[in-house]
Design a protein around this ligand. Structure first.
Ligand SMILES: [Ca+2]
Ligand SMILES: [Ca+2]
Length: 243
């Protein structure tokens, strides 16, 4: 007795399976959105261009000896990432957010929160100022502006393919650098010499529970499976009869 499906019946079974997967997919299982960064109104007293983007070629190592004049770099890092542990930050826009914690004079984003990260770097050849307005598609929750907190967040938030070195004076200074966050936008004003000024901009939200398939979905999937098994049985029976 032969129990192997023929090429034709295999093809039909596959079509039925694909159709079921498509129905399951369009009902909305596991769809995750991510933040996108944009830059407007960039001006600098001496820089000529206004370009946004990550370093053109990855992998790339971010070192103190790098310079990206006259470009202000701003790039998306990890998106919709669930923090495996607490993440310390330097500024928060709303300390009462449910995902913000406070410990020993420091704010942190609680483990289990979903975050998206963006990196901004201004690194001219010689001392220069940059003023820019950066917009995200979601309200900004936190900034990471200090060498130590940047270093401590590189592994979790960094863009794969960029190697972030730890070096002295990474981050920004309290004076004269300034940041002003309003909703999903941020104004930056950095006066910079080597090794450059860097910050991380974080959006955060409570992690949504994984969607549970609705009864209608389960019914569709169930009927699909029953239909598929009936189809295979019928094909086998017909095949045996003709042999
Ligand atoms: Ca600076
Ligand atoms: Ca530099």
């Amino acid at each position: 007795m032969e129990t192997i499906l023929t090429g034709e019946s295999m093809k039909k079974a596959l079509i039925v399976l694909c159709a079921m997967c498509f129905v399951y997919r369009i009902i909305g299982i596991g769809i995750v959105s991510a933040s996108v960064i944009s830059l407007t109104g960039y001006t600098s007293s001496q820089a000529e261009n206004d370009i946004i983007g990550a370093p053109a070629k990855l992998p790339f190592t971010l070192t103190a000896n790098f310079n990206n004049e006259p470009t202000l770099y701003a790039w998306d890092e990890v998106q919709s990432f669930i923090l495996p542990n607490d993440l310390y930050v330097d500024c928060v826009t709303d300390p009462t957010s449910s995902w913000i914690g406070y410990n020993d004079s420091n704010y942190y984003i609680k483990a289990g929160t979903t975050v998206s990260s963006h990196y901004v770097q201004w690194d001219p050849l010689s001392s220069k100022m940059v003023m820019a307005n950066i917009n995200l598609d979601r309200d900004i929750s936190c900034l990471i502006t200090d060498r130590q907190t940047l270093f401590a967040s590189d592994d979790r938030l960094g863009l794969p393919g960029i190697f972030y070195e730890d070096f002295v004076n990474r981050g920004i200074e309290e004076n004269p650098d300034s940041t002003h966050v309003y909703g999903c936008g941020i104004n930056i004003n950095f006066l910079t010499a080597n090794p450059g000024d860097s910050i991380r901009i974080i959006t955060a939200q409570e992690t949504q529970p994984a969607p549970v398939p609705e009864p209608a979905t389960i019914f569709l999937l169930g009927s699909g499976l029953i239909g598929l098994s009936g189809f295979i049985k019928r094909r086998l029976k017909n095949k045996l009869r003709t042999e």
